[in-house]
Design a binder for this molecule. Structure first.
Ligand code: ZN
Length: 78
């Protein structure tokens, strides 16, 4: 996959959408029945870009279902 190879089993899937079935008492941003999509990026929140509020430029960005870094970040399909 690109310039890296799988070194351990990986659950695929990073482009996810669905419909909300339940929400917790403190959830205010989504409601039951709402269609949603998941942002698959996982910025480190520690690099210089992340600390400046620019997580989209994260130097060690990870993604659900990606083997770019070890340990792998598992995807959403099971
Ligand atoms: Zn970062």
């Amino acid at each position: 996959m690109g310039s890296f190879a799988l070194r351990e089993p990986l659950v695929l899937g990073h482009e996810v959408s669905g419909e909300v079935e339940q929400v917790g008492d403190s959830v205010v941003r989504v409601r039951v029945g709402q269609r949603v999509a998941v942002n698959p990026s996982l910025p480190c929140i520690a690099c210089d870009f992340c600390l400046q509020g620019m997580g989209n430029h994260c130097r060690t960005m990870r993604f659900f279902g990606s083997a770019a870094f070890m340990p792998n970040v598992q995807g959403v399909f099971k």
